[in-house]
Design a protein around this ligand. Structure first.
Ligand code: NAP
Length: 289
């Protein structure tokens, strides 16, 4: 198999990390199946050589099957699957209703699992293949006002690490991407933060913390920075499992490993306060050129 003939299937390519990753792999000469819910959302991708843009909603099994078939019809095989589609449910647990919470897990966890269920038989039959799941720094460093999103990404971490052992005998490899803040629609259109239950006890703290997150967003890593890390993971033949994106993720994941638990939690508690943001945060999250 030549380098140029490799094929990647990516979910959630309408914007942000997925869009940047699709473009990056295409520039590197790969065949790209850049899937998204509505292919009309990223029309520029369909004009690029060796790119197809099948419709794929991770919550719709028929669309997953059809997108997989379209990819195999176009390129004959899939070498790498990047499960990127996802969004954040923001706000205190008590302010979120059951439907919002189920939707968060349906997309970030069960939807991701369904895409794996569709593609893994292809990998096993070929005796090779690489699964890359986009989790998050919060999959190992939970942040305040993100309790349900944290839980969904912890689930992705646990699921994916478990798969390492299940898939190894079949020659199928697995990797996890852990971005810190990345400047995408994640902080805008894609986030779900309605105070659905009308519970107001958290109003002040929620407004304060989520206000800091909104301020951080534009100063996060660029989508192409995440794409480069996904590219690195896709081309890394080693058994390394986790790849973080951005200084914030590198630093907090290292701090989690090295610092005593109680000290670490105190640090996190204060890190999203307006005072911390206006001192250290503004410096760390300067908008990138
Ligand atoms: N940005 C960050 O700071 C950050 C940090 C850590 C992890 N992440 C993770 O990175 C991944 C990509 O997010 P992003 O930052 O690039 O945000 P984004 O620009 O909002 O992109 C999210 C993508 O997921 C897609 N999506 C949502 N629900 C879907 C569904 N049911 N089926 C298929 N696609 C669906 C969206 O499609 P539509 O256009 O159809 O809505 C969009 O293409 C997510 O898993 C997110 O949790 C992001």
């Amino acid at each position: 198999m030549t380098y140029k003939t490799k094929t990647v299937l990516i979910t959630g390519c309408s914007s942000g990390i997925g869009l940047a990753t699709a473009k990056y792999f295409q520039e590197k000469g790969w065949n790209v199946s850049a899937t998204m819910r509505n292919p009309a959302d990223a029309p520029e991708l369909a004009t690029l050589p060796n790119v197809i843009t099948p419709a794929l909603d991770v919550n719709d099994k028929a669309s997953i099957t059809a997108a997989l078939q379209a990819t195999l019809d176009a390129f004959g095989k899939i070498d790498v699957l990047v499960n990127n589609a996802g969004y954040a449910l923001m706000g205190a647990f008590e302010t979120l209703d059951e439907d919002q919470i189920r939707r968060q897990f349906d997309t970030n966890v069960f939807g991701l699992m369904e895409v794996c269920r569709a593609v893994l038989p292809h990998f096993r039959q070929r005796g090779e293949g690489l699964l890359i799941n986009v989790a998050s720094m919060v999959g190992r460093v939970p942040l305040p006002m993100y309790s349900v999103y944290n839980a969904s990404k912890h689930a992705v971490e646990g699921f994916t690490e478990g798969l390492v052992y299940e898939l190894e005998p079949f020659g199928v490899r697995v990797k996890i991407i852990e971005p810190g803040a990345v400047n995408t629609n994640f902080f805008g259109r894609s986030s779900d933060r309605a105070n659905a239950t009308g519970e107001s006890a958290y109003a002040d703290i929620s407004t304060e913390r989520l206000g800091v997150m909104d301020a951080i967003g534009p100063g996060g890593s660029r989508p192409v920075d995440a794409a480069k890390v996904i590219w690195q993971a896709a081309n890394d033949a080693s058994s390394r499992l986790r790849y973080s994106v951005g200084l914030d993720a590198h630093a907090l994941l290292a701090a989690r490993r090295l610092l005593p638990e109680t000290f670490f939690r105190t640090m996190i508690k204060h890190s999203l306060s307006p005072v911390s943001y206006n001192t250290l945060g503004k410096f760390l999250y300067r908008p990138k050129a």
